[in-house]
Design a protein around this ligand. Structure first.
Ligand code: HEM
Length: 368
């Protein structure tokens, strides 16, 4: 089926089979009242319901309206169907300042990310009051969705920064072939499976007991960390196969942990090289913490110095960034042999809204 249901207990686009393409956008809210913010999220919801069903937005759609008025739908996705489009929306720490009276509703787990060693973040390409992750099996469908939400937001929110991803570098289906990142390694092998609801409840979805009082709205949601990670491809490409495998801790061909034969073989992380990525990121080295990684490869042309400006747009969903991303990235930034080939250039963290019930709107749990 090419339609992923929009409504549900959790938002789609997290434990959804990873689509082929991404358009991610972070927005600054320019609305000045809470009512205006609510109306924006209501309008986004109506559009998201139509878009994810493969329908044109607005009265008249692309060509059925009044000829003397601009069409409600821009039209470039007509005939492309839903292509498994999902739209996943979250609120950043800055939404909880004093503009909308939401300070008390900021979840304790929605902390500002600390600075990590070797971060090279560009502030204008980081953070944002709201984020929208659009994923689809056709790139134009994902781009059309973000373009449409941006048009609808006019006067109430504006795009702060955005990122296109052209190839998935993750999977939540251990039965399907694992895709590869731009270093040529399989990526997503150890991800939780979409079907493993016990692990998702334990590691990805915020549970009702996690936050109290005005912040209790976030139950059923999740926390998203996005990092635009430039990969120094040219340096990597001059590195021997053996060194590449020692850096990752898995073989390049099959993706098996070093010393094992099969990609999905069980392994003891302490038997992998001390500074290997998989050893340092492994749950057994991080208090059992896991994340659902859903990143995409990107290539944004060149850097003007003859090198590809390419890498991984890292997206990871988790129940608590204080237990998962922050300690894991702290260990990786300090010790990971892979860090030598990476540069983190953009960053953001958002509390992803719980799922939208039929007739409800995105963020209703927070705003009503
Ligand atoms: C695993 C690559 C950034 C966390 C892996 C694997 C590869 C990989 C090839 C092994 C296959 C798999 O299990 O998915 C990369 C590359 C990165 C990157 C190329 C940057 C461009 C990060 C970051 C984090 C992270 C920033 C978190 C802070 C993990 C975790 C695992 C993993 C948790 C699974 C470990 C396990 O349970 O075995 N990564 N990664 N990675 N990575 Fe990364």
């Amino acid at each position: 089926a090419s339609v992923v249901p929009f409504h549900g207990e959790h938002q789609a686009g997290i434990a959804t089979d990873v689509q082929a393409n991404l358009h991610f956008a972070a927005f600054d809210v320019t609305a000045t009242s809470r009512d205006e913010l609510v109306s924006l999220l209501q309008d986004w919801t109506a559009a998201a319901v139509a878009l994810t069903a493969g329908k044109e937005v607005g009265a008249g759609g692309a060509t059925g309206g009044r000829p003397l008025a601009p069409p409600s739908d821009t039209g470039e996705a007509v005939d492309l169907h839903a292509n498994r489009l999902t739209l996943t929306v979250g609120a950043g720490p800055s939404l909880f300042d004093d503009r909308f009276g939401l300070a008390a509703a900021r979840p304790a787990a929605l902390v500002d990310l600390p600075a990590f060693p070797a971060d090279a973040l560009v502030p204008e390409r980081s953070d944002g009051d709201l984020c929208v992750q659009a994923c689809a099996d056709d790139p134009q469908v994902a781009v059309h969705a973000i373009r449409t939400l941006t048009r609808i937001a006019a006067g109430r929110a504006a795009v702060r920064w955005a990122q296109l991803g052209y190839g998935r570098a993750a999977t939540v289906d251990p039965g399907a072939p694992t895709p590869r990142n731009l270093f040529g390694f399989k990526d997503g092998t150890a991800n939780p499976a979409a079907s493993d609801t016990a692990t998702l409840d334990d590691q990805v979805w915020v549970q009702p007991s996690d936050e109290q009082g005005a912040a209790a709205w976030v139950a059923g949601g999740s926390y998203l960390v996005a990092r635009r990670i430039r990969m120094h491809i040219e340096t990597w490409d001059r590195t021997s196969l053996q060194e590449q495998e020692q850096v990752i801790g898995r073989t390049k061909g099959s993706g098996a942990p070093l010393g094992h034969a099969g990609e999905h073989d069980a392994f003891d992380a302490r038997t992998l090289p001390a500074s290997s990525h998989v050893r340092l990121a492994h749950p057994s080295m991080n208090g059992g913490a896991q994340m659902l990684r859903r990143g995409y490869n990107f290539t944004d042309g060149t850097d003007g110095l003859g090198h590809l400006d390419a890498g991984l747009f890292f997206l990871a969903y988790q129940r608590d960034v204080r237990k998962a991303f922050i300690p894991i990235q702290t260990a990786l930034a300090r010790q990971d042999a892979l860090s030598e080939y990476l540069e983190h250039t953009a960053s953001g963290v958002w509390a992803v809204f719980p799922g939208v019930p039929q007739g409800g709107y995105l963020g209703q749990q927070l705003l009503s």
